[in-house]
Design a protein around this ligand. Structure first.
Ligand code: B12
Ligand code: SF4
Length: 420
């Protein structure tokens, strides 16, 4: 997995002379085995980068590590940023980083080296202390060192790239957009994009050093800022031409842009469709876009020779079976090469998290529940958990049918293996 935030912080700390190592944790590796690995590598500090899904495991892991070895522990990333009190109230966590981590982490290391246990550092919330101030985001973003790629397990020349931070859209379910909100409330602007030159320099350096076969752009919405994308296509097409994939929103692309992306080497675009119900998109998700637009954009993308993947969410507050039927119908009509269907999970900090909490849809133990893509954790009045799982199964069946049909059309499935 590309742990890009952590790899960016690692590169920054190395620039200032610190040693950094990643500890990869197997999904079923026992906590005591992990604790002894931490013990053996004898770090001065343990730093965790966490999403909400990783939180329940991280909490028990840190407790186990702290029984084995006494060392300072800091957590950063999306979950600690938006649920800092929860993290700091768990055993073993000393610090939480709110927002970007490069400079705060360096400041913390330097303070610990000076023997300060409870330093006042913006963005770093010390257990038992007051919420810290938020410093402006790192500027100019091109001055950040390239990610510490030796710490990522990238193979066969497939590399992950982030070209921007922040997203300007207001989707109510999205944890990424509230980063912008956090900085806005502190009087700063979070959204920034690297220059083409900086992005290309990094890719050319990787090609030279390790070889490069495919680039996965991780940006939430690669296709914002049309002039940036146009110039990127020109430079990338001329200097690199390695195939690449990206994430986009249908409102941000045009037929011309898709053509330019295809000419530069784009092979795969992932679009967030989210729901087939215009009402749910407009009223609940804050994504006002017509179904017609998805159909047009998917057609343009396919015609440009680019593979299309779509993502859907099911089980949002206010959603009915009829809305879910519309989503299934749209998925069938759009006929993406592949799609993902996820039971909606409310991430702390998002508008829909607040709706779920204030309406009593969140179970009391939501923070401890394991999360999966099929089963909702919510107690929704109009839609039972079993119904959401039933629709997830119907999506899975549709996906299998489509994949089989596609392989059969390509002559890869033996006559007898076809479904009745
Ligand atoms: C790339 C990506 C992935 C990649 C890699 C994830 C990774 N660990 O890097 C893959 C494809 C594996 C992935 C998978 C998933 N992802 Co994802 N992903 C992203 C995405 C698009 C970009 C992340 C990124 O590279 N950001 C750029 C870096 C520089 O920023 P950053 O990671 O936030 O790190 C900075 C700070 O947060 C902080 N920081 C981070 N860690 C630490 C640690 C310390 C110690 C400190 C001090 C600071 C610090 O400093 C960093 C540098 O400034 C984000 C959206 C986003 N914009 O963040 C979603 C996002 C993180 N993913 C999300 C989700 C939901 C998922 C999935 C559950 C999706 C799914 N249904 O399968 C899975 C599960 C992942 C898991 N195990 O929990 C949500 C998380 C919400 C939440 N609150 O948890 C996000 C925010 C998307 C969204 N819009 O809601 N994802
Ligand atoms: S477009 Fe994507 S990243 Fe941006 S706010 Fe919406 S869901 Fe989040």
């Amino acid at each position: 997995m590309a742990s890009t935030g952590a790899a960016s912080i690692a590169a920054y700390l190395r620039r200032w002379g610190h040693e950094v190592a990643f500890l990869r944790v197997g999904s079923d590796e026992p906590s005591d085995a992990i604790a002894s690995r931490v013990h053996d590598s004898a770090p001065d500090i343990l730093a965790l980068s966490l999403t909400s899904r990783q939180w329940p495991r991280a909490r028990s892991l840190v407790a186990a590590v702290r029984e084995e070895i006494d060392l300072p522990v800091i957590a950063g990333g999306l979950h600690p940023t938006f649920a800092p009190e929860q993290v700091l109230s768990a055993a073993g966590f000393d610090y939480v980083c709110i927002g970007e981590g490069e400079e705060p982490m360096l400041d913390l290391l330097e303070a610990l080296e000076r023997g300060e246990q409870e330093p006042a550092i913006s963005n770093v919330w010390v257990r038992g202390g007051l919420r810290p101030a938020i410093r402006p985001p790192f500027e100019p973003i091109d001055d950040l060192p390239f990610m510490a790629r030796d710490l990522l397990d990238e193979q066969h020349g497939v590399v992950h790239m982030a070209t921007q931070r922040g997203c300007p859209f207001p989707c109510s379910f999205c944890a990424a957009r509230i980063y912008g909100e956090l900085y806005r409330q502190a009087g700063h602007v979070y959204g920034r994009r690297r220059s083409h030159r900086n992005v290309l320099d990094e890719l050319l350096e990787i090609r030279e050093r390790d070889g490069l076969s495919y680039v996965i752009f991780l940006d939430d919405t690669f296709t914002i800022h049309r002039p940036w994308v146009r110039e990127f296509c020109r430079d990338y097409g001329a200097r690199l031409r390695a195939p690449f994939s990206l994430n986009a929103r249908v409102e941000t692309v045009s037929e011309e842009m898709i053509q330019l992306l295809a000419e530069a080497g784009c092979r795969h675009i992932v679009y967030g469709v989210e729901s087939g119900s215009p009402r749910i998109r407009q009223e609940v998700m804050r994504r006002p876009v017509e179904n017609r637009r998805f159909k047009d954009v998917f057609r343009w993308t396919r015609e440009a020779g680019i593979t299309v993947t779509a993502n859907y969410m099911i089980g949002l507050p206010g959603e009915s079976r009829e809305d879910l039927e519309q989503t299934l119908r749209l998925a069938e009509e759009l006929d993406a090469f592949d799609f993902g269907c996820f039971a909606f999970y409310p991430y702390p900090g998002t508008d829909l998290f607040r709706v779920c909490r204030d309406s009593g849809y969140l179970p009391g133990d939501y923070g401890e529940r394991p999360v999966n893509d099929r089963e909702s954790i919510l107690d929704l009045p109009g839609l039972a958990r079993e119904e959401i799982a039933e629709y997830h199964d119907r999506f899975t069946a549709l996906r299998e049918r489509t994949q089989l049909a596609r392989r059969a059309a390509a002559g890869q499935v033996h006559e007898r293996a076809r479904p009745a």
